[in-house]
Design a protein around this ligand. Structure first.
Ligand code: NAG
Ligand code: NAG
Ligand code: NAG
Length: 365
């Protein structure tokens, strides 16, 4: 990840930045945040940005004082989650704070946001920004590309709808745990609306100096793809959480099949065309609470190698981000040999980020 150290002379707010945006637009994003959340103080803030060379995160005593006030600002109001900043009754003072832009803070945004509108997203993104989150998941709009890609391959609406689950179930549908009508058929209008919403979300993330983590093609496909491509190398995922086979056991296209790369390229190219060159980090989980069809180390290696190659072919700077949750939840399957085989499919040591979820209780790293 890009390493850059920033000194920011600020009043009250702590905001993080990434290298990719110009200095002016980074500051515009912070001023816009102040305007949104502390409108009575919009003329009181003066942000400056300078580059330094330190490699560590330093927070000075005066900065802590700033933090305390941010805390106060965050938790005031009726909600226990969102910022509800009020005009500060204090005399504002100039304080200095250093923020390292390479801090990686990630938040998983899947279960609760299926019906958020942009106002709610805007509030959430400002809240993330105030907490220093600079690498948020940006899953919204995924299904727009899924549908486009499968249509391009010759699948009809029925075959595609048979694969997609309702909005509130997308978290599991996207990971290949479930398929089909969970909570009803996924309305195409929802897909279109989410795509419009995501354009605003991505733009706002970039304004706030964040790098969105975008989705990629995982390998899970409508069952009917095999009818259109009878030679495709496909396997069935395992049943998830004892739900009926017809609603789980998603079809998985083996990533070493050339068709996989073709789909990945189409998915990622369409995404870049829609959002611009805003990120090279892709979230991609294949065996979340389900097992690969074979435990043979060579197979596992081939799966991840094919997946990574497809990402790099579509985006030469691609970084693969995955959750480590699978290793924790299925320890009988994921022996050290198999973990090693799967992870070693990705060359080098800075091409993959593994989220050690739940590491406060069961650290895996
Ligand atoms: C959609 O495609 C599938 C698979 O090719 C086919 O079986 C089905 O009849 C098609 N449905 C429609 C409505 O065209
Ligand atoms: C996208 O960004 C990467 C580096 O972040 C750069 O190498 C590449 O040329 C950019 N592509 C376009 C089309 O701007
Ligand atoms: C793994 O990939 C290699 C090279 O493409 C191939 O020869 C081999 O049969 C594959 N093995 C498995 C188990 O998929």
């Amino acid at each position: 990840m890009a390493r850059m150290f920033l000194h920011i002379a600020i009043v009250i707010l702590c905001v993080t930045f990434v290298k990719s945006t110009s200095q002016d637009s980074r500051l515009n994003g912070i001023y816009a945040l102040v305007e949104r959340r502390l409108p009575f103080h919009r003329d009181t803030f003066n942000f400056q940005l300078t580059e330094g060379d330190s490699d560590s995160f330093i927070i000075s005593d005066s900065a802590r004082e700033v933090s305390n006030r941010i805390w106060w600002c965050r938790y005031i109001g009726p909600g226990h989650v969102f910022i509800n900043c009020r005009p500060l009754p204090l005399q504002l003072e100039i304080l200095e704070l250093e923020v390292q832009s390479s801090l990686i803070d990630i938040i998983s945004i899947l279960y609760t946001t299926a019906f958020y509108d942009f106002e709610q997203w805007s509030l959430l993104l400002d809240w993330l920004s105030l907490r220093g989150v600079n690498l948020p998941l940006a899953w919204v709009g995924n299904e727009h590309f899924i549908v486009e890609v499968f249509k391009e391959l010759g699948l009809n609406d029925t075959s595609i709808s048979d694969f997609l689950s309702g909005p509130a179930f997308q978290a599991w549908n996207r990971f290949g745990n479930i398929q089909g009508s969970w909570g009803g058929t996924l309305p195409y209008q929802w897909i279109a609306d989410q795509f419009s919403l995501q354009k605003k979300i991505v733009q706002r993330m970039v304004e706030l100096g964040m790098t969105p983590i975008l989705p990629a093609f995982t390998g899970y496909i409508p069952r009917d793809l095999s009818l259109v491509y009878p030679d495709a190398s496909v396997v069935k995922a395992t049943q998830w959480s004892s739900f009926p086979s017809s609603l789980t056991e998603d079809t998985f296209l083996n990533p070493f099949d050339p068709l996989y790369s073709k789909i990945q390229n189409s998915f990622i190219s369409k995404q870049i065309e829609a959002y611009g060159n805003v990120s090279h980090v892709y979230t991609l989980d294949q065996f979340n609470e389900i097992l690969p069809s074979s435990g043979e180390p060579e197979y596992l290696h081939n799966v991840s190698a094919g997946t990574f190659q497809s990402l790099r072919a579509a985006d030469p700077s691609a970084v693969w981000l995955m959750q480590g949750w699978l290793f924790l939840i299925s320890p009988d399957f994921w022996t050290l040999d198999r973990i090693s085989a799967y992870l070693d499919g990705v060359p080098g040591d800075d091409n993959m980020i593994i989220l050690d979820l739940f590491s406060e209780a069961f650290p895996l790293w």
